[in-house]
Design a protein around this ligand. Structure first.
Ligand code: PEP
Ligand code: MN
Length: 337
């Protein structure tokens, strides 16, 4: 439920609205823009009498929100959210370009890739340290050592690091060492993990589960936001369909849908979506063309011998070429890199 205040609402009336919400043991979620002042009511509003608010002079109207997500909804927050990551932002005019290997494999590998993607124009470095692999016998990541190498690569390249968190017991470590905490597709509905990162104020890159609907995806974001962390970047990374030519099916329509439903920024990962290196560039271009706020690309200096996801990784030279194409499309979209 949203209480829409009149322009030039009386501050005393605004306070009355907030007190009434709090008296009902519900939560206030305020959103103030240039031409609007909204007071969202979060919680079980099924028994709220709308007239309690419409009787107040400065109240324009009360809107009943249909969707189950509230803080993530654009109704509650009409303007796009811009997420700050150190001195960078995601969701504003500038596109977020996140690039790097699936997994950190060695010092030489991560430093070389970090320097090359930085040179090509990436704004963030990705790299897995603890890997969620389908087989327990596959490479599981360098773990703590991988995190140390990523910190070293950050120091050398100046790029903020994006790393996947798999369990709550590593949260303190990630809060201290990582710039953006990634929650992977397999953990999109790991509610303990979502609640835990909701208690931090770190930017969270939340990936769509491969069989999650758009509503379930936004509800996962709502879990994090309900804990007080509103710094969320969504990531479409392909969903499972009957088609098996590609690893997943990139759901490009999710981008405009989410832009309509939510104020949160959304980026696209064409690497995990397709699983095929030569599809990464065309899908990345398409992502920017449909309005994504950025892309996340797997880049490896030696894809043939990569310990994880080599078949979908592009070489730094290809990444540089991709950046050139993205620049042109960004211009058409009135966005910058
Ligand atoms: C990843 O980005 O490293 C990853 C494992 O992706 P996803 O969770 O989308 O499968
Ligand atoms: Mn990968």
């Amino acid at each position: 439920m949203i209480v829409v205040m009149k322009t030039k609402a009386n501050p005393a009336d605004i306070q009355i609205v907030k007190n009434k919400i709090l008296d009902m043991e519900l939560e206030v979620y305020e959103s103030i823009g240039l031409n609007y002042h909204l007071i969202g009511i979060v919680g079980d509003t099924s028994k709220v009498d709308v007239e309690v608010f419409t009787r107040i002079q400065s109240v324009e109207k009360v809107i009943q929100v249909q969707g189950p997500y509230k803080k993530a909804s654009r109704l509650f927050h009409p303007e796009n959210s811009i997420i700050s990551v150190g001195n960078n932002t995601i969701g504003g005019n500038k596109l977020a370009i996140i690039a790097g290997p699936c997994s950190v494999e060695s010092e030489q590998q991560i430093i070389e890739i970090a320097e090359k993607v930085k040179k090509a124009g990436a704004g963030f470095l990705r790299g897995g340290a603890f890997k969620p692999r389908t087989s327990p016998y596959s490479f599981q990541g360098l773990k703590e050592r991988g995190l140390e190498l990523l910190k070293y690569a950050r120091e050398k390249s100046g790029l903020p690091i994006v790393v996947e968190l798999m369990s709550t017991d590593k949260l303190d470590l990630y809060e201290r060492d990582v710039d953006i905490i990634q929650i992977g597709a397999r953990n999109m509905q790991n509610f303990d993990l979502l609640r835990a990162v909701g208690r931090t104020r770190k930017p969270i890159l939340l990936k769509r589960g491969f069989s999650a609907t758009i509503e379930e995806f936004l509800m996962a974001a709502e879990y994090i936001m309900a804990g007080g962390n509103e710094n969320i970047i969504l990531c479409e990374r392909g969903i499972r369909t009957f088609e098996n030519y590609t690893r997943n099916t990139l759901d490009l329509s999710a981008i405009p849908a989410i832009k309509k439903l939510s104020h949160l920024p959304i980026i696209v990962d064409p690497s995990h979506a397709s699983g095929i290196w030569w599809m990464v560039e065309p899908l990345a271009k398409a992502a920017i063309a449909v309005g994504a706020d950025g892309i996340m690309i797997e880049v490896h200096n030696d894809p043939t011998n990569a310990l994880c996801d080599g078949s979908q990784s592009i070489k730094p030279e290809k990444f540089q070429h991709l950046m050139g194409c993205i620049r042109d499309i960004a211009k058409i979209q009135n966005r910058e890199i």
